[in-house]
Write a protein that binds this ligand. Sequence first.
Ligand code: ADP
Ligand code: MG
Length: 698
Amino acid sequence: MTDNRLLMPELFGSDVFSEAVMKTKLPKATFKELMKVIHGDAELTLPVAEVVASAMKDWAVEKGATHYAHWFQPMTGITAEKHDSFISPVGDGTAIMEFSGKELIKGEPDASSFPSGGLRATFEARGYTAWDPTSYAFIKDNALYIPTAFFSYSGEALDKKTPLLRSMEAVSKQTVRILRLFGNNDVNAAIATVGAEQEYFLVDKKSYDKRKDLIFTGRTLFGAAPVKGQELEDHYFGTIKQRVGKYMEDLDRHLWALGVASKTKHNEAAPAQHECAPIFESANLAADHNQLTMEIMKKVALEHGMVCLLHEKPFQGVNGSGKHDNWSLTTDDGHNLLNPGKSPMENAQFLTFLVAIIKAVDEYADLLRVSVSTAGNDHRLGGNEAPPAIISIFLGDELTEIIDAIVENTDVQSKRSQFDIGISNLPKFPKDTTDRNRTSPFAFTGNKFEFRSVGSSLNISDPNIVLNTIVAEALDEFATELEKAEDFTSALHELLVRTIKKHKRVIFNGNGYDDAWVKEATEVRGLPCYPSAVDAIPHFCDEKNIKLFVKHKVFTEVEIKSRTEIQLENYCKIINIEALTTVEMASKEILPAVMEYEKTLCETLLAKKSAGIGYNVESNLASSISVLAEDLNNKIYELEAVIIKAHGITDIFEASRCYHDEVFATMQSLRAIADQLETMVAEKYWPFPTYEDLLFNV
Ligand code: ADP
Ligand code: MG
C-alpha cells in the first residue's frame, strides 16, 4: 500500500489506526474512554466498541480496504488471520459496508487446525480471538488487520500474545511495589520495553528455486565451504550493494507505513547477511511489529527477485542469524529503570532492579534457555559465533567492580543520604558500556539488557514472557521482604549484599566461546548447560517453573504442559522434514550427478587406455569418488532406517531424543560425505547452486 511519493512524516504510520488517527476520527468522549481502556484503567464496553468499529471501518474503507481480519499468533509462532468482508447485503440487490462492535471485539476462527498440545482433548475445540486495543489496527493488502489474542472457550491461552500481556501485567505490578518503597507514589504502571534487532540473509530467487533444501527447510542441508568466507571481515558494516540498498529502502517504506519504526540497517558479519533494527516500544507492540517485520521482509524480497532467509543457520560454517532482544522497564511517566542515575538514591533504585534481574536470570536460566530452544537455533547456540548455550550475564568491568564493592563494604554506612547504601564512595556509574562483549548471551548495554540467544526466526513473545515473569518474581520477593522492614535502608543494603553473593556466579565478563568457560560454568559454578533444544525444553515443566508461572498467572499448569509438547513436536517435525529432504536430494540429485561424472571419467580412462596414454588421474579420481559414492549410498539407507524408527516412537520426549541423537546425527554424517564429493566433482555436474553462488551473487 505504500505510496512512494509520500515524505517520511506523512508516510510514517499512514496505514495505522493510531492514537493520532483515533483522535481525529472518534467522538471526544469515545476517544477518552478508549484511552482509559488502553491504559488499563477501564473495561471495554460494547457501546464504545460500536463507535470505534464504525470509525475504524470508515477509515479503512476510505483507504481501499474491503475486508477485516482478526490477526493472531497461534502457537506455531507465526501469525494467522481470518478474513471477512465488510459487505452486508440489504435485500434489494445492493450492499453496504458494515462492521459492528461485536465483530471488532470477538472472532471465532476454527481452532482445530492450530497446535494445542493436548489442550483440545481437555477443553473445547472452539477458539476465540479478542481485540487487543493496546496494539493498533492497520491496513495491509486491502484488509483492516485487528491484532487479537487467541484463547479457548474456557480461557486457556492458545497463542503467544495472551501470556505476553499477562507477564507484562505481572512485572508492572511488582515494579510499582518496589517504586513505592523508594517513595515514588506517582507511577501507577511499568512497561516492559523491547527493541528486537533482526538479522537476515538475502539470496537470489533463481538460485533459491534450484535448492529443495532452501525451499522446504529454509536452510542448506548440503554445501561445501566456499573458497572465500567471512575471514576477511569485509562485509560487517561494509558498503551496502545497490540491489540490497534498494531492497532496504523499499522495506523501510513498507515498515514505516505500518508504523514500525525501523531505524538501523547495516550489513552483518557474514556475506549476504544484514540487519534491521527498530526503535524500542512496549513488549506487546514490539512482538506484533517483529512478526510484521519478518513477513514484510520476505514479501519485499520477492518483489526484488530475492528471497529473505530468516533461518538461524542457512549456511553451515557461516555466521548464523540471531535476534537480539533488547529489554528494559520503563515507568508510565517515561523513566527507564535501567538507567543508572546521578544521585545515590537513583543509584540505589537502579541497583535494586539490576540485582533483581541478576537473581532472576540465575534462578531461571533454564527457562530463558527453553524460551529460545528450537531446531534452528540449535545450530547457533554453542556454535562458534553465537552466544553459548550456557546462560550468563555480562555486566562490564565497571559495573562488576561496583557490585563487588557493595559486597565487600558491607558495613559502610552512609552519612550523606538516607538512601545511600554504601555506594557514595564508588565511581560514577558507566553511562555506556563501551566494552561490547559479543559472546555473552545476556549483556547489560548501558541502560537495557540485551538477550542475544534469541534466534532470528523466533517469535519474541516467548523470551519476553520469561523475562517479564522471572523479573516479576525477583521483584516480588524483594518487595515482600522490604515492605516488612523497619529500617528500609539497612534492610535494602543487607538484601542486595545477600542476593549478589548468592547469584554472582551467573556474572561472567570473559569469552563465552572459550572451552574453559563451559568447564568452569558447569563444574565450578554449577550453571545449567543444555546443549540442545531437546535437552532444554523438558525443563519448562520443572516444578519450580510451573510454580513460578502459576503464581504470577502467566500460564496454568495445563498451558505449560501443552506448550512443552508443542515445542518438542515442532522440533521433531522440523528434523523430520530436513531428514526427508536430505534423503531426497542425496538420492535423486547428488548420487545421479556423481555417477554422471564417474561415467565421464571412466570413458576418458578407457579412451586413454586404448590410445596407450597414462590414465592415473582418471583412475585415482574415479576410485576415490566411487568409494565416497558407496558411503553416501549406505548413509542414505541408514538415514531412511532411523527416520522410520523415529516415526514409530509415540512418546514425544523419547521421539525428540531419537530425532536429535539419531536422525539429526545421521543427516550430519551423510552431509559430510556429500560435501566432500562436491569438492571432487566437476562444477558443471553439480546439481544445484553452491555456497559461492548463493553467498556472493546477490
Ligand atoms: P546495538 O549496538 O546492539 O545495535 P543500539 O543502541 O543500536 O545497540 O540498540 C539496539 C536496540 O536496542 C534498538 O532496537 C533500540 O531501540 C533498543 N533499545 C534502546 N533502548 C531500549 C530500552 N530502554 N528498552 C528496550 N530496547 C531498547
Ligand atoms: Mg545488539
